[in-house]
Ligand binder design. Structure first.
Ligand SMILES: Cc1cc2nc3c(=O)[nH]c(=O)nc-3n(C[C@H](O)[C@H](O)[C@H](O)COP(=O)(O)OP(=O)(O)OC[C@H]3O[C@@H](n4cnc5c(N)ncnc54)[C@H](O)[C@@H]3O)c2cc1C
Length: 416
């Protein structure tokens, strides 16, 4: 069990407090700790990975998920996919857990002629970006995946995409943090950001967080990894609250015989995707709904998923139905994540990962650890492709100076 933050150690000084134990917060805490930082994690729920991370299908699909007009996102996604083998190896080596990571490739299927012309446009986009995808006719498609609907028109094979089990990954990361002596405060919400008007400083700087039970944790750096909550998190100073909105997604989980799997790679049509797990489970996803913070599983949503899954792979009819769940993707106006220093010195944002948060965990963790190590402040951004994720892009004036605050020199003040 992770060491809890007790009354004794809650007032301990940490280098970094990470708010949120979804895949982003956990991976970030792991990377920071591996580089020697003293880190604490705070999570509102009774256990880790209960937000969007618990619901995610776990596709690591930079190519399969590519959409028109998102070249910066593709670069970040590809970079993170390339970091995955080392990331998983590090977590699995420390814990001995199997995270279900496999680069099994994906097959994107057109079931009729209309879908085929749309899919060929996507293939052209992939080829124009130098990606290694190829068109397969019906016979070649069914040679790879014999369970596909016999009437299919064709498919695009994407060899490099992969999968992981996000729940297994979260559990492994929690165990790894435990072994690295990183305390996680569960069932504890961060209610405000502590700011210090230290003598001689013109702007208030982060000095820690206040928790829902009244305790405080002091740290000069706070990483906000609250997922879809980030856009309405009152503990974040208003000027630093990112424009993150919840985008609801429903999935269904089926179980089959692991020794005779219904498919051996990710299968996708225009309307549904199927992600296989090692133990014979199959994740059928996902709806994309603008419903605010609603997480109800609906008959209509699940009906649509199962109908489309059956059109693609009729064998699913024989599988056991295990569960249906819904979660909230942290969406942003440009579909890019929000990763980098906020305008309040010491506050770093790590959110807005929308449909790719599982894929983007390693690149986010590395970017944040680099920023912390280099002492980056307001106005700085992550390096390389991740610079496109800088929070400053959403400040209307492009100004990185901190928001004005009511505070007096030497006093501790709280935002939110
Ligand atoms: C149906 C569905 C399918 C998906 N499929 C994929 C996929 O195949 N591949 C992929 O890469 N991505 C996928 N995603 C997206 C992915 O799940 C998210 O992008 C990712 O999980 C976001 O992780 P996170 O850690 O930012 O957020 P979360 O997992 O939501 O975690 C945030 C955590 O912060 C905590 N928190 C918030 N505020 C506070 C506070 N004030 N104090 C303490 N704790 C707080 C919350 O309790 C929560 O546990 C999918 C999402 C959905 C909904």
């Amino acid at each position: 069990m992770n060491e809890q933050l007790t009354t004794d150690n809650a007032d301990r000084h940490f280098d970094v407090v990470v708010v949120g134990a979804g895949v982003i917060g956990l991976a970030t805490a792991f990377e920071l700790r591996r580089r020697g930082a003293e880190v604490a994690v705070v999570e509102a729920a009774p256990m880790a990975g209960t937000g969007a991370t618990r619901v995610a299908a776990g596709m690591l699909a930079p190519v399969g998920e590519l959409d028109f007009g998102e070249p910066a996102l593709l670069e970040i996604n590809l970079l993170s996919a390339s970091l995955y083998p080392d990331f998983v190896a590090a977590v699995e080596e420390i814990t001995g857990h199997d995270t279900g990571y496999r680069r099994l490739g994906g097959l994107h299927v057109a079931l009729d002629r209309d879908e085929a012309s749309e899919l060929k446009r996507v293939l052209e986009l992939q080829l124009s970006l130098g990606l290694d995808s190829k068109w397969l006719g019906p016979a070649a498609s069914r040679e790879l995946e014999p369970g596909l609907h016999p009437g299919l028109n064709g498919s695009v094979l994407v060899e490099g995409d992969g999968v992981i089990d996000p729940r297994a990954l979260s559990a492994a990361l929690v165990d790894a943090l435990d072994q690295l002596d990183v305390p996680i405060a569960f069932s504890t919400e961060v209610t405000s950001l502590l700011l210090d008007d230290g003598a001689g400083q013109s702007d208030p700087v982060v000095s820690g967080v206040r928790l829902s039970d009244g305790r405080t944790i002091s740290a000069p750096t706070v990483v906000a990894a609250g997922g879809a909550e980030s856009g309405r998190s009152e503990w974040l100073p208003e000027a630093d609250r990112p424009p993150v909105r919840p985008v609801k997604g429903q999935i269904a989980e089926l179980r089959g015989d692991p020794s005779d799997p219904v498919c051996s790679r990710i299968l996708a049509s225009e309307r549904v995707y199927l992600a296989p797990r090692n133990d014979g489970r199959l994740i059928v996803g996902a709806t994309v709904e603008e419903m605010g913070y609603d997480t109800a599983v609906t008959a209509g949503g699940i009906h649509e998923l199962l109908r489309e899954a059956y059109r693609l792979l009729p064998d699913i009819a024989e599988m056991e139905f295990i569960e249906a769940t819904a979660g909230l993707r942290p969406g942003t106006p440009d579909n890019l994540p929000v990763v980098g220093p906020a305008s309040t010195p010491g506050l770093i944002l790590a959110t807005g990962h929308y449909r790719n948060g599982i894929l983007l965990a390693p690149v986010t963790a590395v970017a944040i650890a680099d920023l912390v190590e280099s002492g980056a402040g307001p106005g700085d951004s992550a390096t390389g492709p991740m610079s496109a994720a800088a929070p400053i892009r959403f400040r209307s004036d492009g100004d990185s100076s901190p928001p004005e605050r009511e505070s007096t020199t030497g006093d501790r003040v709280e935002a939110g």
